[in-house]
Design a protein around this ligand. Structure first.
Ligand code: CLF
Ligand code: SF4
Length: 496
């Protein structure tokens, strides 16, 4: 095992603003680590939105309120059943809320989880197929929680109809799920849509859907709404086609493209589950995301999506919805703690400024498609805050970085089963440990704040270095990357 010797998180350093554009990443992409050349209005919109900014997702939380049960179409991967709260996948929720209950819950959560910055409506059906509840909820939250960003996620069928209210309410972020721009591809994903009071099937349904999505997206962008496009990667159906989708989204001016893996399991009861349709492997997903970002569409890609439930609460990657599920929360009358929230957000921004200073000093690039020729993959265990700060045995997921000298780019997450239930049981569940190590396949090293004896051996046996460190992620990743990817020797380069 390797221990990085540097003491933790150095004391605040003087901001190195002057060197920012010269040293760090000067890309205009939206990862949040690369803000200098971005339009200031866009920069402000994404600064504390955990889905639109990879950097922001290390600090800020989102919550969804499940006020929208109905949908006006059917996707072959969806079943809007209500479930137990152990299941986490898109669209799923445990309980529907009225707009008034939603407001009460938002206020309780915002006071308890002060890093909450965004209120989203994302289901369990389609928000714009439930306009009354959706807009009433947004109105209440806009009035009583003025510092929260408002966010919507929709299938896009009814954007035009509601665009004036979306804009008037200050909904600055809208996600449209677009899985195809070719109705013949869509025919294999959507059995029907309801539009204008009529039900359409087959290729006609997908043609109507695609036309409404594209005109809705275009109108939102024209009105200054920052748009994200979600696409579900369905191997054998739209995987190749998604590069075309990405190119189209880029041309239209969408801010970011989120290609997500199809989630499918027999117990979900979806059409795709019944036909045995598989989801993509992590490698297939990353390859497609790389193609869209690089040689393919040159699009700004989101890689940190966690495919949230319709009642998700917390940082992406943690689900605190169960903590706020009681009737008491839904009927609570609390004062909104705006000053307390502002103090926490100011502290977060101070820490982010420190991180940027470190990146500037190290001349670190953390985003963009122009990666070095040689990189290694590193896995990181973190509880957020931009720091390697989690024990190996407590990690539910690892953040994956490409690393090389001067390069530390977040490229995704890998979920694993937790095998540590507490200090006394740390090493009792070897099969889960084995699964965890398997989930890290392809990584050169894993960076955690602590390792047990057994995990260290298991990792070493799998050829994965254990690096014990408690430091800023970017700095630790770059340092380990530099150790593994040395610049070519001049003589060797000349000889080759
Ligand atoms: Fe929610 Fe979606 Fe707004 Fe985010 S989620 S409505 S944009 S606040 Fe985020 Fe969740 Fe992925 Fe969605 S991680 S599923 S992208
Ligand atoms: Fe489900 Fe959303 Fe598709 Fe409607 S649009 S069927 S809610 S995934």
């Amino acid at each position: 095992m390797t221990k990085l010797p540097r003491p933790l998180l150095d004391a605040p350093r003087a901001p190195a603003r002057a060197s920012r554009t010269a040293g760090g990443c000067a890309a205009t992409r939206g990862c949040g680590a690369a803000l200098p050349t971005m339009d200031p209005t866009v920069r402000e919109k994404i600064a504390d939105h955990p889905c639109y900014s990879q950097e922001a997702h290390q600090f800020y939380a989102r919550m969804h309120v499940a006020v929208a049960p109905a949908c006006n179409m059917q996707c072959n991967y969806c079943n809007r059943k209500f479930d137990c709260c152990n299941e986490s996948r898109p669209g799923v929720t445990s309980r529907l809320l009225s707009p008034e209950e939603a407001l009460a819950k938002v206020k309780v959560v915002a006071n308890a989880v002060k890093q909450l910055s965004v209120l989203g409506i994302a289901g369990p059906g389609d928000p714009l197929a439930n306009p009354k509840n959706t807009f009433r909820t947004l109105e209440l939250v806009a009035r009583e929680c003025p510092d929260l960003k408002l966010c919507l996620s929709t299938n896009g069928l009814r954007i035009l109809e509601h665009i004036d209210r979306i804009v008037a309410l200050g909904v600055d972020h809208v996600t449209v799920t677009i899985n195809m721009v070719d109705p013949e591809v869509g025919e294999r994903i959507y059995p029907w849509v309801v539009y204008g009071g009529r039900r359409y099937r087959g290729v006609e349904a997908s043609r109507i859907l695609s036309e409404r999505q594209l005109e809705g997206l275009s109108a939102l962008i024209e009105r200054g709404v920052l748009c994200k496009v979600n696409s579900v990667m369905i191997p054998g159906i739209n995987d190749e086609h998604l590069v075309d989708v990405s190119q189209t989204m880029k041309r239209m001016g969408a801010f970011i493209h989120n290609v997500m893996p199809l989630v499918v399991a027999p117990e979900h009861g979806t059409h795709f589950a019944s036909t045995g349709q598989r989801g993509p492997t992590p490698r297939e997903l990353k390859t497609l995301q790389d193609r869209c970002e690089g040689t393919g569409a040159d699009m700004n890609m989101m890689r940190h999506c966690r495919q949230c439930r319709a009642d998700a609460v917390g940082l992406l990657g943690e689900d605190r919805s169960a903590e706020f599920a009681d009737d008491e929360v839904l009927n609570a009358e609390v004062d909104y703690d705006l000053p307390g929230r502002q103090a926490v957000h100011a502290e977060i921004e101070r820490r982010r400024e420190q991180m940027r200073s470190v990146r500037d000093e190290l001349r670190l690039v953390t985003s963009g498609a122009s990666r070095p020729e040689r990189v290694v993959l590193l896995a990181v265990a973190t509880k957020g805050g931009g720091v390697v700060n989690q024990h190996f045995g407590q990690a539910k997921e690892f953040w994956i970085y490409e690393a090389a000298p001067g390069w530390a780019k977040f490229v995704g997450t890998r979920s694993v089963d937790r095998f540590c239930q507490g200090p006394l049981e740390c090493y009792e569940h070897e099969s889960v440990l084995e699964r965890t190590v398997r989930a890290l396949a392809g990584c050169t090293a894993v960076l955690c704040s602590r390792f047990g004896h057994e995990p260290r051996h298991a990792l070493a046996a799998a050829g994965i270095e254990s690096v014990e460190v408690h430091d800023l992620i970017d700095r630790a990743v770059a340092e380990v990357g530099a150790r593994h990817v040395r610049p070519a020797e001049p003589e060797a380069a000349a000889a080759s």
